[in-house]
Design a protein around this ligand. Structure first.
Ligand code: DX5
Ligand code: ZN
Length: 217
């Protein structure tokens, strides 16, 4: 399987964001993972529309935007307009009906819709949405902060969602987020993930290109 790497810029140097973004392309990363937090869905705040828009002007890379916000239906169109290429919303963030509607809105904007599950949410929770998604994101930490430890006990969930995807939605990508490094990446790939988010491990790496390559091997 083709493995893709999506460094999370939550751990970037925001005083040198353009330098760090150009570094991602140079390192051979595939996507730019952008963590949006509202202080409600998760106990932290990060960035919003202006930063997504600035990133859009800095790079042609795929912007993989992860919304950790309550009732994302209110804002999905604005994130699409700001320049997201993949837009991920959480199944826990609204009713099933609104989540379906939000995914349709994202698709109508010409952006790839994606769904995310927190650690305590079971694999089955993605099923009502799978037909509308181009990517499923499985959290391997509690969302909210970079630099936490990888939850290996999420691997059965990754494997189960890989089965759902192969049966019902081949071509849909399966991404993992949280605590991914050169060791835990192998576990994620073995369970069936094909897109790896790495924040702190990527930005701490002495040789980012070698780090990206190591994740893919
Ligand atoms: C956590 C975010 C992650 C985070 C990953 O809420 O969704 O994308 O930046 O950071 P690391 O790789 O340091 O766990
Ligand atoms: Zn994320």
């Amino acid at each position: 399987m083709m493995i893709k790497v999506s460094p999370s810029i939550l751990s970037a140097d925001f005083g040198n964001l353009e330098r760090d973004i150009h570094g991602l392309a140079a390192a051979g990363a595939d996507y730019v993972h952008v963590d949006i937090m509202d202080g409600q869905f998760v106990p932290n705040l990060s960035m919003g529309f202006p930063v997504v828009n600035a990133l859009r002007r800095m790079t042609d890379m795929t912007l993989d935007v992860h919304l950790m916000i309550d009732r994302p239906i209110r804002y999905v169109e604005r994130f699409c307009q700001a320049g997201a290429n993949i837009l991920t919303i959480h199944v826990e963030a609204d009713t099933e009906e609104n989540t379906l509607e939000a995914l349709r809105k994202i698709r109508a904007c010409g952006v790839k819709p994606a769904i995310c599950v927190k650690p305590k949410t079971p694999a089955e929770a993605v099923l009502p949405f799978l037909d509308l998604c181009d990517l499923v994101l499985v959290m391997t930490v509690e969302p909210g902060f970079g630099g936490q430890s990888f939850m290996e006990d999420m691997m059965p969930k990754v494997a189960k969602i890989r089965e759902y995807i192969n049966e019902r939605r081949p071509g849909c990508e399966l991404e993992v987020d949280g605590g991914v490094n050169t060791v835990t990446a192998k576990t994620c790939i073995a369970a069936g993930a094909n897109v790896l988010v790495a924040g702190s491990a990527y930005f701490k790496a002495e040789d980012p290109a070698a780090f990206v390559q190591a994740l893919k091997n």
